[in-house]
Design a protein around this ligand. Structure first.
Ligand code: ADP
Ligand code: MG
Length: 221
């Protein structure tokens, strides 16, 4: 059987604050095939961002495993996680996707460089498709909210990753910009990439092939 693009098995993550233990993830399993677009929905505090951080290898689960394109991401040293992340994963967080001292094009090129130069997505073309051609030499702090979100997406897509994970990528966007972002994510799945998007947007869920619902750190459907 060929590997899933993204496979999360029985993931657990707990946080301790004082004497309270918050069980953010309680045995979450999600599998996303190449070419599949999956939405993750759930109320605030249900564990969506924690799940994404564990998938991206930015956080370490207490138990369970994450594989990206058949390669284990979880339970290994950060330099190895960073290598897998750079090569195989596009990550779009709610903020902090751009390096402040690099302009938009340089941010995209850096992501391509970190992927090892095997991938050939063209920074200029990608920025054009995201409506950022005129902003390609802007620094991150010169961008509007919508431009920042789209530039972050350009970085996430820069290296044609095996899987893209995004935390509310259209939360700050008007419906035209949301449609643009969705079209690009759909294009990525048409090319065989996998997409996992945390969202509250009915438009995003309608575009997705299916929606996984989280409640109190568990998948409910
Ligand atoms: P969501 O993204 O669905 O809103 P989160 O994954 O951010 O949910 O959070 C899930 C639960 O874990 C919440 O109760 C949240 O308060 C808690 N949590 C998340 N990160 C931390 C942290 N670093 N320290 C303590 N508690 C945390
Ligand atoms: Mg969140």
């Amino acid at each position: 059987m060929s590997a899933a693009a993204l496979e999360v098995v029985e993931l657990y993550r707990f946080f301790r604050t004082g004497d309270e233990e918050i069980r953010a993830l309680r045995g979450v399993s999600v599998r996303v095939e190449p070419g599949e677009f999956v939405a993750v929905a759930g109320p605030s505090g249900s564990g969506k961002s924690t799940l994404l951080a564990c998938i991206a290898g930015l956080d370490e689960p207490a138990g369970g495993s994450v594989h990206i394109g058949g390669e284990r991401m979880s339970n290994r040293p950060e330099p190895e996680r960073a290598r897998i992340r750079g090569r195989s994963l596009g990550v779009l967080l709610q903020s902090g996707n751009l390096l402040g001292h690099l302009d938009v094009t340089e941010n995209v090129r850096l992501a391509q460089h970190l992927a090892g130069g095997r991938r050939r997505a063209h920074a200029e073309e990608l920025l054009g498709r995201l409506g950022l051609a005129g902003r390609r030499h802007a620094l991150p702090d010169q961008l509007s909210g919508g431009e920042t979100a789209r530039a972050g997406l350009a970085v996430a897509l820069a290296a044609d990753p095996v899987a893209v994970v995004a935390d509310e990528p259209t939360g700050e966007l008007d419906s035209a910009a949301e449609a643009q972002v969705l079209a690009l994510l759909r294009e990525r799945t048409d090319e065989g990439g996998a997409v996992l998007v945390v969202t509250h947007s009915a438009t995003v869920m309608a575009e997705a092939d299916r929606t996984v619902r989280l409640l109190d750190g568990k998948v409910t459907e």
